[in-house]
Design a protein around this ligand. Sequence first.
Ligand code: Y39
Ligand code: FE
Ligand code: FE
Length: 230
Amino acid sequence: MPQLEASPTIDFQTETYKDAYSRINAIVIEGEQEAHDNYLTLAELLADKKAELVGLSKMENRHMKGFQACGKNLKVTPDMAFAKEFFSELHRNFQTAAAQGQIVTCLLIQSLIIECFAIAAYNIYIPVADDFARKITEGVVKEEYSHLNFGEVWLQAHFEESKAELEAANRQNLPIIWRLLNAVADDARVLGMEKDALIEDFMIAYGEALGNIGFNNRDIMRMSAQGLAA
Ligand code: Y39
Ligand code: FE
Ligand code: FE
């Protein structure tokens, strides 16, 4: 991995850093807000898991507040309009699936794709973050693993009947993540986060998740390659 320790040269108060942070911080705040809403929606769709899902949504709300504090600490105003637009396509796909009762698609979007995106981004950010944000992000990323695990456990238990919908949802949504990674790469780089490292961590986490659910290596390679259609 190209990033093992914080570069001592990052100045968190330059205009360049704060400008990039205003978008990345907003993406994370908006992502946490939408994750909160998505888990509440899932709590209604999965009545027998309601209490657990409401618990996850509360964690997402705390994450959002933590990242709002990170922006304030650096005296950065998050560009929330940019972030809403950033997530709009994934958000729309989630809501369309939810309206049709497509639990499998909703879980793939939120608990697999978005959680793996968060896990990759937060792990790459931690070594290059300011001290305040690092402590917050270390606490958050531990909980993101438990959100990913929720999706893995449910989908593994329903694997055979979910397989076709998972493949279709992957084909629809993985290319979006590739586009989002490309769209954020320049700003991420200003924060010390390399695009290659983000992609590598995302694909490792996502591939492992597909394997835990029950897909074989050939399936995982085929499904991962569909991201390249971005
Ligand atoms: O489940 C969650 O908590 C996920 C909503 C949070 C999304 C985080 C999105 C991070 C992408 C940041 C890209 C920075 C390079
Ligand atoms: Fe979160
Ligand atoms: Fe999460």
